[in-house]
Every structure is written in structure tokens, then in C-alpha cells.
Design a protein around this ligand. Structure first.
Ligand code: GLN
Ligand code: ZN
Length: 758
């Protein structure tokens, strides 16, 4: 009997019920008991949806974040929160968000830091450590959920984050080594396992995703020490890895004294047979056969070809699961009634992925005939996708074939280009500009909504957006900014806006995925070869330019960001998809240039996000990502100025790639790092123009003239004044006009002050 289980289910709810309840609770409009009741209802629904599986995860549900939950279990909330007292839920939300409902004044604390969860777009709350950290067990949340699940006849398999991954994901605020805390942590884990054992739990899923990263010898040794210490305590342990290949750590994982190992079957595909052959009799092997990161149907027949021999060998020691928690995919495809039927038939969301799992297990346990119909339908869906002319387009493939290196090459080096651009643009020293978006007022949002719902016809809608653009240009002229933008009123989202106009993209209605806490994203679905049927932004920019003598920047999203913020196809390398996106953007760049636009900005906000987990794979990713950007940008004449924008503050390890992108101007986020990150640009002698952000747009605070002058003076110590621009950290869409106007006024005044000193 092959056994099925799941590593984790999306908790936000098919209709984002948890999101709305949380936000209501935080606003003080939903009392805690009602929030907890709703959460229990969601858990019940989710267990029911997983009812066909042999084991269901328990404890994967979280009100905010599973790593924060583990910090609670280990008694490791930050001291600044513990000192405030209050009940458990209050402390929990204070750690997550800096405040609980009703908090004000002294009870507002610094929130825990949010960081990317491995290479996903999920963000977790970073555990905080210091040399003084002492752990103590609080199993109450887990035990309560186990009880709750048993009351619903769930086959309980608790899920916890393992001790090494927990330490690795945290940060020591005093610079000490988190690994030094291991000896203090292990007895608490031992106690947790023993507690679970006493309640009759048979298996516990111990997540150790850190095993797919490149671990140092010290960390490898720590793994051995930890799992030897924990061996034999409490229930059987399923050591669970995901997000990639175990590579060097495979031996290590196999040598740990646990009762089972879960790994991503696709990432470790060349190892499966030898693993099965060498597996000790008392171990189980859990294969993550269904991709938990994408939204495509699996090839069930091909999987069975591979699994049948393994199953004959391992019998009930073969477990099947998704590759990782289903947290990273939307809940239910059956909600999607507006999705193109052909595309829809190629997709599987969380529920459908579990159905696939059940089908596989039935085929293994009872023979393929028992699920012949499902297998047939699956084969047909895959064939339809493979053969679809919307997926594979001869014209797009031919164009990609014809590329050569000259496409990514500007005509002259930067020093020559910038001279020509200055002749043409005649900008003052310290030119001022913004990053693209201006406040997205409720009127603007309403406009777009009404247009979408056909309450506003095309002509009226265009007139209204033009009205917004005109306002935006007027305000910028009054402020005295040097390089203007149109304000992006027509854009709901920087990826969706372009995706909707490109062939090869589809959009779901309910395909939400948790990003952090109550925040969700709805990534567009890139299913086919990318083609731009017509210009996407030219009319708006041309209109904006017609209103002013100052240059207006064309505003585009770059290919790497379009890729990294979409669900992308799995039938060709990511790099190929990225080059197709690059060609579409290149066409737009050239159309803008043709329309007389002198400056074109191509945002690559998500370049860094796409970095692979394993450092050894960084060069390859950065190579094609940079090539894609160059392909998009570099078809222009020397006199056309290319800008790019990136909003994060860690450039040290990718500065070389940034240089190779060779944008004439890069605008970055720097205000919060106090210009520190310019050190990297200085050290690596970054040659082109830079606009270090001087206005933290994430904060409602308005930077003063003096603060901006001071920041720019700091920047001037790193970068020669003639290569500096002045701009905010990022787009202004989340701010209101009353904040934006005085901030930009100060920014322009600061530029004037600085110019006097030149
Ligand atoms: N041009 C975009 C804006 O201003 C950039 C957004 C981003 O970098 N995330 O909104
Ligand atoms: Zn930004």
C-alpha cells in the first residue's frame, strides 16, 4: 500500500476568509473569540478537503506565520514583546506587526523582521536570538489543534519546523552565532517530541528545508549531533526537505537517525532508484511527486511509470505527497469560472493536486485500471497543452532563434552615451525625478473598477485616465521636478498590467497566494509563448509628453520581474520564457523611442528575488537575467536614456550583475540604510548614473530639506556628484497627495541647495 499525506495546506481560505477576518480583528471590529472560531472553521474545512489522504497535517495552520508559531512553541518571542504582558494572541500580533488591536503609545513595539521564505514569495517572521536566549516549551497551540483534529477523525500528523532550520532562519541581534544555542534548544525539542508521543501521535513531520542549501561542515555536524540527541524520543520522525535537490546533504540526511525521509522527487529524480534500493528496512521514503510550487497538472502516467517499480520494492514504505507545503498555490480551481476553458484544463490548484495524489496512490495500490478514466483525462489534458498553438508559437520560437549578441549591445559605451544624452536632455546637476507611480486615490481605483465591470466605456475611461495624467503632470511641473512621469493611474499592478496585454498570459479570479500575514498576491499565469499584439503604454506616455516641455519617462516592467512575479510554465527553461518576455518589452521600448520618448525606465524590482537557493547557481541565473534585461533595453539609440529601478537595499553580492545591465541610470532604495549601500557601488566602481532614494515611501513621515541634503552629501562621498540623481526610494502609489507634495517640495529644494554648491 502506497501511503498518501500532505505537508501543509493553504490557510488563507478559498475566498481569503482568514485575511478579511484578521484585518477586521486588527481594526478592532472582530473580537478574538470570533477570529479564533473562524480559524477553527477553516481548519475543519481544510481537513475535510484532505480527507482522502492517509495522513493529514496538523499544526500547519497559522494565524500569521508558521515560523512565528514555532517561536511561540519554543518560548522565543522577543523580550520587548514579552515585557509588555497581555495574553498570548496579543503578544503574537505584537511580534508580527508591532501592535495588537487597540495598542497605542507605549504598547507599540518594533515588529519582527520579515524575510523571504527560501526562494518563494512567502515571507516569515525572523526568530530573534542573542547569547542570552533561553527556550522553554509551550506546546499548547499544537496540542489544541491535535485535539481539535481528533474530534474530526483526522489522521493526525503534526508538523513542526526542525531545530536546525529554526536556528538557521533566525538572526542573532548581538551578532552571536545562533548555532551556539543548539545545546539549549535540543532539550526543548526533546520535551516537545515526548509530549507528542504521550498523546499518542504516531508520526511527526519535522521540516528541515535548510538541508537543500549548501551547508558548511559545522552545520552538517550540528545536524548529526541534534538528531542523535533526539533519536528515539517521542513519535516516529519524518525528516522533511523541500525546495530543491539535497545534493551534498543527501548522505547526511540518510545518516540521521529518523524514521523517514521526504524529498522533492523532481529535484532529486536521478537518486530515486538508488535511494529505494539502499533504504534500511525500518525507514520510509516519502516522495514529493506533485509539484507544490506551480499550478500545472502533473503527468500522472509518466509518474506511474517511474513509481510502479519503486512501489513494488518498498510497498507501504513508499509515501507520496506534494513536493512541499501547498501554501504556495491557490486553493481551488473549481472557483475559476471565468478562466479560459482550454487553459483551465491544464491547471491544478491545491485541491486538484491532492486529487492527483489520490489517483496515483489508487493506481499503485489497485492497478491503473481502477483509475483508468482519470488517467485518460490527465493524458488528454497534457496532450492538449503540449499541442496547443497558443502554447507553442512558431513565430515566437523563430524570432528567439534568430537572436544574436548584438541585440543586447548598446551602440557606444556609457561615457559616450551619457554625453549625447546630456546634450539632448539639458538636465541640471542633481536631476530630480520620481519612480513612476503617483498616489492611487480611491477615485482612480474606482475608475478602473468601473471600467472592468463595463460600467464605463473605453472612451470615457480614457478621458478619465487622461484627466489623472494631466493632474499628475501639472503637479510635477509646479513642484519643479526635472524628469516627469505619467503616474501609472491606469495600472493596477506592475505585472498584471503588462500580462493582460500580452498573449501567453491568463488571469485567475481567486488564485490568491499568501505573501505574508494577511497579504496575498494573485500571480498571473504565464502559459504560452509570449507575443505583444500591440503597443501597451505608448498612447499614455505620448499624451503625458504632449502636456509638458520637460522629458516624461516611459515606464515599463522588466522581463525578469514579469517572470519572477508570475506562475510560469514548466515545459521550457525559465530563461527561455524570460527572453520571450524581453523581446516583447524590447518592442515596446522601440515603439516608445519611435514616439519620441527620450527616457525609458524598465523596472526590475524582482531581480534579486529570483536568486536560486544554492549560491553555486547564482552566476547562471544572473547571466541570463542580465542578458534578458539587455535584450529588452539595448536596442535604442545612444541618445535615448535607459533607466532601471530596484527597490531593495542589498546589492553587495549582485553589483557585478547590476553593472552588466548597463542602464544609463539606476534608481534604488537607500534612505533607510542611510546611504550605506552605496559603499558597494563605490567599492565596485559602478560606472553609470545612480539615483539613491532619499524619501522612504513606506513611511508616512515627510523627509525635511536638511535630511535630504545630508543624505545626498553622504552619497556624494561615495559617488561623484555629476553621476547622482535625486528621487524617492520607490513609487508613490501607496501614499496620499498631502504627504507626497511636501516631501517632493523638500526634495526639489534640496536639489537646488546642492546645485548652488556645485
Ligand atoms: N514604477 C513602479 C512604481 O513606481 C515601480 C514599483 C516597484 O519598484 N515596486 O510604482
Ligand atoms: Zn521600487
Amino acid at each position: 500500500m502506497a501511503i498518501t499525506h500532505n505537508l501543509g495546506f493553504p490557510r488563507i481560505g478559498a475566498r481569503r476568509e482568514l485575511k478579511f477576518a484578521l484585518e477586521e480583528h486588527w481594526r478592532g471590529e472582530l473580537p478574538a473569540p470570533a477570529l479564533l472560531e473562524l480559524a477553527a472553521g477553516l481548519r475543519q474545512d481544510h481537513w475535510q478537503l484532505q480527507g482522502e489522504l492517509d495522513w493529514q497535517p496538523v499544526g500547519d495552520f497559522s494565524l500569521y506565520d508558521q515560523v512565528l508559531d514555532m517561536s511561540v512553541t519554543l518560548g522565543n518571542l522577543p523580550a520587548r514583546v514579552r515585557d509588555l504582558g497581555g495574553d498570548e494572541l496579543t503578544a503574537y500580533f505584537r511580534t508580527a506587526r508591532g501592535r495588537a488591536p487597540g495598542d497605542a503609545g507605549d504598547s507599540v513595539v518594533a515588529a519582527g523582521e520579515l524575510t523571504k521564505w527560501f526562494d518563494t514569495n512567502y515571507h516569515y517572521i525572523v526568530p530573534e536570538f542573542s547569547t542570552d536566549t533561553r527556550f522553554s516549551l509551550d506546546p499548547s497551540r499544537l496540542l489544541a489543534q491535535i485535539d481539535e483534529a481528533r474530534g474530526q477523525n483526522v489522521a493526525v500528523k503534526p508538523v513542526i519546523l526542525g531545530p536546525l532550520s529554526y536556528l538557521w532562519l533566525g538572526k542573532a541581534k548581538d551578532g552571536s552565532d545562533p548555532l551556539a544555542l543548539l545545546d539549549g534548544l535540543l532539550p526543548v525539542y526533546a520535551e516537545l517530541f515526548e509530549t507528542l508521543g504521550r498523546t499518542g501521535v504516531e508520526w511527526v513531520q519535522v521540516d528541515e528545508p535548510v538541508l537543500v542549501t549548501e551547508l558548511s561542515e559545522t552545520w552538517q555536524q550540528a545536524y548529526l549531533r541534534a538528531y542523535r540527541f533526539l533519536a528515539g524520543r517521542g513519535p516516529k520522525k519524518l525528516l522533511t526537505t523541500y525546495f530543491g535537490r539535497l545534493a551534498n546533504n543527501l548522505e547526511l540526511a540518510l545518516s540521521l537517525p529518523v524514521d523517514g525521509l521526504h524529498l522533492d522527487a523532481q529535484a532529486n529524480q536521478d537518486k530515486l532508484e538508488s535511494l529505494a534500493a539502499g533504504l534500511p528496512d525500518d525507514r520510509i521514503l516519502s516522495l514529493g511527486v506533485i509539484n507544490g510550487r506551480n499550478i500545472w497538472k502533473s503527468d500522472l502516467n509518466a509518474l506511474l511509470d517511474r513509481l510502479e517499480p519503486l512501489h513494488r520494492q518498498l510497498a507501504d514504505r513508499l509515501w507520496l505527497a506534494p513536493s512541499c507545503s501547498l501554501l504556495h498555490v491557490p486553493v481551488d480551481l473549481t472557483s475559476e469560472q471565468q478562466l479560459d476553458a482550454e487553459v483551465r484544463n491544464w491547471l491544478a490548484f491545491a485541491r486538484q493536486k491532492l486529487d492527483e495524489l489520490t489517483t496515483l496512490a489508487t493506481a499503485l495500490n489497485q492497478g491503473r485500471a481502477a483509475v483508468a478514466e482519470a488517467l485518460q483525462a490527465n493524458a488528454e489534458a497534457l496532450r492538449s497543452r503540449r499541442e496547443s498553438q497558443r502554447v507553442n508559437r512558431v513565430d515566437v520560437k523563430a524570432r528567439l532563434q534568430a537572436l544574436d549578441a548584438s541585440w543586447g549591445q548598446r551602440q557606444s559605451p556609457f561615457a559616450e552615451r551619457i554625453r549625447q544624452q546630456q546634450d539632448r536632455l539639458r538636465l541640471p546637476a542633481y536631476p530630480t525625478t520620481t519612480i513612476g507611480s503617483f498616489p492611487q486615490t480611491s477615485e482612480i481605483r474606482q475608475l478602473r473598477r468601473r471600467y472592468r465591470q463595463d460600467e464605463l466605456d473605453e472612451r470615457r475611461y480614457r478621458a478619465c485616465i487622461q484627466h489623472e495624467i494631466a493632474r499628475c503632470i501639472r503637479e510635477q511641473e509646479a513642484l519643479g521636478l526635472d524628469v516627469l512621469v505619467h503616474g501609472e493611474a491606469e495600472r493596477n499592478d506592475m505585472v498584471e498590467y503588462f500580462g493582460e496585454q500580452l498573449d501567453g498570459y491568463a488571469f485567475s479570479q481567486f488564485g490568491w497566494v499568501q505573501s505574508y500575514g494577511s497579504r496575498c498576491v494573485k500571480p498571473p499565469i504565464l502559459y504560452g509563448d509570449i507575443q505583444r499584439p500591440k503597443a501597451m503604454t505608448v498612447d499614455w506616455i505620448r499624451y503625458a509628453q504632449s502636456l509638458t516641455d520637460k522629458p516624461v519617462k516611459g515606464m515599463l516592467t522588466g522581463p525578469v520581474t514579469l517572470l519572477n512575479w508570475s506562475f510560469v510554465r514548466d515545459d521550457q527553461p525559465r530563461s527561455v520564457t524570460c527572453f520571450q518576455l524581453a523581446l516583447a518589452i524590447r518592442d515596446e521600448v522601440l515603439d516608445l523611442e519611435q514616439a519620441g520618448v527620450e527616457i525609458i525606465q524598465i523596472d526590475e524590482a524582482a531581480l534579486r528575488e529570483g536568486l536560486p537557493l544554492k549560491r553555486s547557481q547564482w552566476p547562471d541565473y544572473l547571466d541570463w537575467a542580465v542578458d534578458a534585461f539587455r535584450l529588452a533595453a539595448n536596442g535604442v539609440a545612444d541618445t535615448t536614456q535607459i533607466h532601471t529601478h530596484m527597490c531593495y537595499s542589498e546589492f553587495n553580492d549582485i553589483i557585478d550583475a547590476i553593472s552588466r545591465m548597463d542602464a544609463d541610470v539606476i534608481t534604488i532604495e537607500t534612505s533607510r540604510s542611510d546611504m550605506e549601500l552605496l559603499a558597494a557601488f563605490d567599492r565596485f566602481r559602478y560606472p553609470n548614473d545612480i539615483g539613491p532614494g532619499v524619501y522612504d515611501i513606506h513611511s508616512p513621515n515627510i523627509p525635511s530639506h536638511d535630511q535630504i541634503v545630508e543624505l545626498m552629501a553622504k552619497a556624494g562621498r561615495r559617488i561623484p556628484a555629476e553621476r547622482l540623481w535625486i528621487n524617492p526610494d520607490c513609487g508613490l502609489k501607496t501614499r496620499g497627495w498631502p504627504e507626497v507634495l511636501p516631501a517632493l517640495e523638500n526634495m526639489v529644494a534640496a536639489a537646488r541647495t546642492l546645485r548652488e554648491a556645485v
